[in-house]
Design a protein around this ligand. Sequence first.
Ligand code: C5P
Length: 237
Amino acid sequence: MQPAKIAPRDRLIVALDLPSVAAAEAMIETLGDSVSFYKIGYQLGYAGGLPLAKQLASRGKKIFLDLKMHDIGNTVARGVESVAALGATFLTVHAYPQTMKAAVEARAGTSLKILAVTVLTSYDDSDLHAAGYRLNVSDLVEARARQAQALGIDGIVSSPEEAAALRRIVGDQIHLVTPGIRPAGSATGDQKRIMTPARAIAAGADYLVVGRPVVEAADPKAAAEAIHAEISQALGA
Ligand code: C5P
């Protein structure tokens, strides 16, 4: 699990934030060999995306299921077993100790890796306080990152701005997966804390999750290839 051993072309994860399996299949067809790793979240997942994930995995694509699980340990464990059986590579869970422990134990012996979401990036200190927490965002992110590492979590999802600080906390044995990526010149949309692919890699990100700059591009394949070129250059590969 040494991040340095990740194939450069596997570092781009394209978010299939699309409303239907038909739309997703058309995008996958367009992207062809340019993209090997896809993220499926709530929108597509609840619209037929789970059978699609299984089919894509059997066709050699890597799948990140962004399901952000959180429930009692037994329920999480059974859900993780089902996700592993789909052939997914990454699954997100919320970074609560019970949830992370159950997920890590349930993925043992499979190729599924568990990513922890520390604090949702839409939360600020006042949102945490309203939810009953006393810690501020940065302290809770750090505490949960340490717990994630101690519990054997495989990776952490973070904004690229947090990547360098997280890397110092968790060392290089945990994957850092960062959304909020915008190639120079692309529209920011609703993302506020953004970085270019090259800067995110330099900050310590292992995998970059990119949605709209690829799937809404006039030429999605060219957009993906441009990101690959930027990643390779940043890696000195
Ligand atoms: O279109 P865009 O590149 O902004 O998509 C980023 C993807 O990463 C979306 O699927 C979004 O839900 C996800 N994500 C994010 N910020 C987080 C966690 C996940 O943008 N903190």
